[in-house]
Design a binder for this molecule. Structure first.
Ligand SMILES: *Cc1c(COP(=O)(O)O)cnc(C)c1O
Length: 394
């Protein structure tokens, strides 16, 4: 008999009743150190007092009104996001997937309104943009698309990081290039600064719009408010979600005035998107994370975690191969199945997330303390030792 919860996830036998900062707590009081943050969502930790206060205050005033009215909380969030980024305008969504849908629509509408329609959007293998029919067509991986065809046409996947292939594929018929500056689900795989600059230049040459999906790598995760800032290039359209709500389901599409020029009244909409409750929380999150002092701490702690992970790799060469990523978006390339490390982590009461390319993801709350980083390493060391004991190196 089918489970009453549609079984689309392989779930771990863990369940939590409470969260506190970097910790998740089971009913019997067992505490797990959370290095996954609900997949880069709980950027400010669990039950962050400032967010709880903002949420409860807004909950006592107004949760939802239609977008047919002015929404001051949405306006404030949009102002904060445009003040702190390349963008001139913002549409607020409820999830990352919805940002992919709007980014695609916005890019195509831009060209349609120019009178020279362009449909093709170029993406890179290993991409993840969500699970809608459009987003899976964009990413194109067999695992996500099999059985769901016919897929939305107009997408072409190029080998990951292959800018020469992009140069061959891109033309004055290309609608847009869409990519995550650091692939998350794809295995914490960064495009280099130089690659991002070459991609920007190819878009400029052909007119193709550049879409960055910063749903996972954005919102301070890499030590800058947005990951693309490291490369000194800006996109025309950017997708944001996950960390921006700190746990409240919300996302946003940011765009330049030019890229957004096709999206007039009636061209897009959302019942829930931009509601006062979510926007109040997200504005608080942006306010906290955009503070240069907060970002400096993310960089400091990211460097510390990375240094300790290098030590972990050196101590367990049969389990781990290398560390990659930036800030507090780090990946451990594994020599064993990353799922086995995740499971051993459960026994050691530390939570991590598996990704593609045989990689284990570490996405702790950006508020993790130095002491907790030390504790995380002790627990990861225990997990790695358990794997070595189970399968001694030959
Ligand atoms: C998680 C993710 C999405 C999809 O976001 P949802 O909120 O799950 O719809 C899109 N892009 C990237 C890079 C993601 O990591």
């Amino acid at each position: 008999m089918i489970p009453t919860v549609l079984p689309t996830y392989n779930r771990a036998p863990l369940s939590f009743v409470k969260g506190e900062g970097s910790w998740l707590i089971e009913k019997d009081g067992t505490r797990y150190l959370d290095l996954g943050s609900g997949i880069a969502v709980n950027a400010l930790g669990h039950a962050n007092p400032a967010l709880v206060a903002t949420l409860t205050e807004q909950a006592g005033k107004l949760w939802h009104v239609s977008n047919v009215y002015q929404i001051p909380e949405q306006q404030r969030l949009a102002d904060l996001l445009t003040e702190n980024t390349f963008a001139d305008t913002v549409f607020v969504t409820n999830s990352g997937t919805e940002t992919a849908e709007l980014a695609i629509k916005m890019a195509r509408k831009y060209w349609y309104d120019k009178g020279t329609p362009r449909a093709e959007i170029l993406t890179f293998e290993g991409a993840f943009h969500g699970r809608s029919t459009g987003a899976i067509a964009a990413a194109g991986s067999e695992k996500m698309v099999k059985g769901f065809g016919p897929l939305m046409p107009g997408f072409r996947q190029l080998p990951f990081g292959d800018i020469d292939a992009l140069e061959d594929a891109i033309s004055d018929q290309t609608c847009a290039v869409m990519l995550e500056p650091i692939q998350g689900e794809g295995g914490i795989r960064p495009f280099s600064d130089d690659q991002l600059r070459r991609i920007r230049a190819l878009c400029d040459k052909t007119g193709a719009l550049l879409i960055f999906d910063e749903v996972q790598c954005g919102m301070g995760r890499t030590g800058r408010l947005f990951a693309h800032e490291w490369a000194g290039v800006t996109p025309d359209i950017m997708m944001v979600a996950k960390g921006i709500g700190g746990g409240f389901p919300i996302g946003a599409v940011l765009a330049t005035e030019t890229a957004a020029s096709g999206m007039g009244a009636g061209s897009h909409g959302s019942t829930y998107g931009g509601n006062p409750l979510g926007c109040a929380v997200a504005a608080k999150v942006v306010e906290i994370i955009a503070d240069p002092e907060f970002l400096a701490e993310v960089n400091r702690k990211g460097a510390l975690l990375r240094q300790k992970l290098e030590g972990l790799v050196a101590a367990h060469p049969s389990v781990f191969e290398a560390v990659r990523g930036q800030g507090l978006m780090l990946g451990l390339k594994c020599k064993v199945a990353p799922g086995d490390v995740v499971k051993a982590g459960y026994d050691a009461h530390v939570l991590t997330v598996a990704a593609a390319d045989n990689t284990l993801r570490l996405l702790p709350p950006l508020t993790i303390t130095e002491e907790e980083i030390g504790e995380a390493l002790r627990r990861l060391d225990t997990a790695a030792s358990q794997i070595e004991t189970a399968a001694p190196a030959a």
